[in-house]
Design a protein around this ligand. Structure first.
Ligand code: PMP
Length: 362
């Protein structure tokens, strides 16, 4: 096999090599069925076994929280930006949003098309370099839910603590940090995430929700956009993205094999620290974008003295086998996405490359 790239893509992103190898081994003939999993009926026992296994593995990794269900949906996390208010924001209610950056803003824009919203907290004044303190949030009586983005993929900020919202369901977009750390699901009414960062390939969006929130959608919503349709049909109302779900199941198995979410969290901290230390110890040659206490352990965003130098850095990195270090087009700069599947050694290689680049150009 040719050498694996140092893949720092933001999503779709690195998938564990072991997972790719296992998928390859059973790609053409899945467990002696004479066909690939992607060629099977989604109504057959073999596919349904995989589907149900992926759901139970996910719940199991999260400590089997009582009363929660897993849905596998399509249309990306972007579709959840709309489905959430369509299903959970009723007339006479208002939905609270925490405004932390690019993805939170997309969620807010969609909710505004559906109903009344309010900004519960914001870091806009700080150019989204931090996450706001949510310790003393005041939520109105008629709040339908409070939505936050646990990790802002583009700005590179992450919440380390979550608020207690009492009876108001807390909803989180965890697209870019799901299963990267320990999580008390019971604090949340609903969590959703596109799979293409920490869970596998694109094509499936995972929803983990308290059952009562997803079993009675308002009657006027078209069938496919109703949570209750998918809950009642075990996410098999229409043809699911079966191959993506199979891959998610493989990634979940790999996560189980890593030991525990606590262990994964420790590893991710160590990986991020290695990179942040390199940035902080560069004497200003590299500068972190996010405020120190809001830094993400998944997306490390940084800048250099000029855009020209950043361009040179990206070009030189590509020649050395590094992929995906250019920041998102909306904010520029540089970004290394270091999800669960990115090995420590690849970050070490990046840190070495950064040091060398500085010696040559600093
Ligand atoms: N939310 C976050 C935090 C994201 O990082 C992304 C994708 N980068 C999205 C939502 C949108 O996801 P999708 O492309 O699956 O719609």
């Amino acid at each position: 096999m040719s050498k694996r790239a140092y893949n720092f893509n933001a999503g779709p992103a690195a998938v564990p090599l072991e997972v790719l190898g296992r998928a390859q081994a059973e790609f053409v003939d899945y467990q002696d069925n004479g066909m690939s999993i992607m060629e099977m009926s989604h109504r057959g026992a073999v596919y349904e076994g995989v589907h149900n296994e992926a759901q139970s593995r996910l719940l199991n990794l999260l400590g089997n929280p009582e009363g929660y269900k897993v849905l596998f949906l399509q249309g990306g996390a972007s579709t959840q930006f709309a489905m959430l208010p369509m299903n959970l924001l009723a007339e006479g209610q208002t939905a609270g949003y925490v405004k932390t950056g690019s993805w939170a803003n997309k969620a807010i824009s969609e909710a505004k098309l559906v109903g009344d919203t309010f900004i519960a907290a914001s870091s806009e004044d700080n150019q989204y370099k931090s996450v706001p303190n949510l310790a003393n949030l005041q939520l109105p009586e008629n709040a339908a839910y409070l939505h936050l983005t646990s990790n802002e993929t583009i700005e590179g900020t992450q919440f380390q603590e979550f608020p207690d919202t009492g009876n108001v369901p807390l909803i989180a977009d965890m697209s870019s940090d799901i299963l990267s750390r320990q999580l008390d699901v019971k604090n949340f009414g609903m969590i959703y995430a596109g799979a293409q960062k920490n869970l596998g390939p694109s094509g499936v969006t995972v929803v983990i929700a308290r059952e009562e929130l997803i079993q009675n959608s308002p009657k006027h919503i078209p069938t496919v956009f109703r949570y209750d349709t998918h809950t009642k049909n075990n996410s098999l109302y229409n043809t699911p993205p079966s191959f993506s779900i199979y891959m998610v199941n493989q990634v979940l198995k790999w996560i189980e094999e890593q030991g525990s979410l606590a262990g994964i969290e420790a590893k991710n901290r160590e990986k991020a620290q290695l990179l942040y230390n390199a940035i902080d110890n560069s004497g200003g040659f590299f500068r972190g974008f996010a405020d120190t206490d809001s830094r993400s352990n998944m997306n490390v965003t940084f800048r250099m003295a000029s855009e020209d130098l950043e361009k040179q850095f990206v070009k030189a990195s590509e020649q050395e086998g590094f992929v995906g270090l250019k920041g998102h087009r909306s904010v520029g700069g540089l970004r290394a996405s270091i999800y669960n599947a990115v090995p420590y050694e690849h970050i070490k290689a990046l840190v070495d490359f950064m040091g060398e680049f500085q010696r040559k150009n600093g």
